[in-house]
Design a protein around this ligand. Structure first.
Ligand code: ZN
Length: 190
């Protein structure tokens, strides 16, 4: 659970059966985190936060909340841009090259630009295909963004990085080698 606080920005609330008392710490992202007993309500968590405001301010090196808020805002904007663009671009290329998939997801993982997962359907003989694209793609040049989309679409027919897979990518993007290399200069983390 994440609660948004006027002073501290996004506060990560971790529920844990083993925690008896509420504990505050700083997460790796610089956000304030609190560990609470499993059945703590959001209302109660906010009350504890309020009660400990002074202690947190003095003892915990939470990153400048204004900076954190700016980052949260940027991420939200990027999410919005991605939602209005990526599913349509994906659909465009899927139609152009005759690919079919079942689900689309936006992701914000720090390590991958996209994924294409195959799941066996119960009773059917076709897989359920889910394509995920990272919202960070909105920050890279269009040619690289398109390359990632074509790469994931090619995974529908080849769930590996075999020769056949790359041959299929190459059919749709003649410069795929260059694009793959240039993409390494960017990071998907937002
Ligand atoms: Zn791949």
């Amino acid at each position: 659970m994440v609660i948004v606080d006027k002073e501290f920005g996004e506060v990560i609330v971790r529920k844990n059966a083993w925690v008896r008392n509420i504990r505050f710490s700083v997460s790796t992202s610089g956000r304030l985190a609190m560990s609470v007993p499993k059945y703590t309500s959001e209302f109660l968590a906010k009350r504890f936060l309020n009660a400990n405001r002074k202690m947190i301010r003095e003892k915990l090196p939470v990153k400048d909340p204004a900076e954190q808020r700016a980052r949260d805002y940027q991420k939200k904007q990027l999410m919005k841009k991605a939602r209005e663009y990526l599913p349509y671009r994906l659909e465009y290329f899927a139609r152009l090259h005759g690919y079919k998939y079942d689900n689309f997801r936006l992701s914000h993982a720090n390590t991958r630009w996209g994924s294409c997962t195959h799941r066996k359907r119960t009773g059917g003989n076709t897989d359920e295909i889910t394509i995920s694209l990272n919202i960070g793609l909105m920050n890279v040049p269009e040619t690289l963004r398109d390359y990632v989309i074509l790469h994931e679409l090619a995974h529908i027919n080849h769930p590996d990085h075999s020769k056949d897979f790359w041959a299929e990518v190459g059919k749709h993007d003649h410069n795929y080698k260059l694009h793959e290399r240039r993409l390494k200069g960017f990071s998907p983390g937002v």
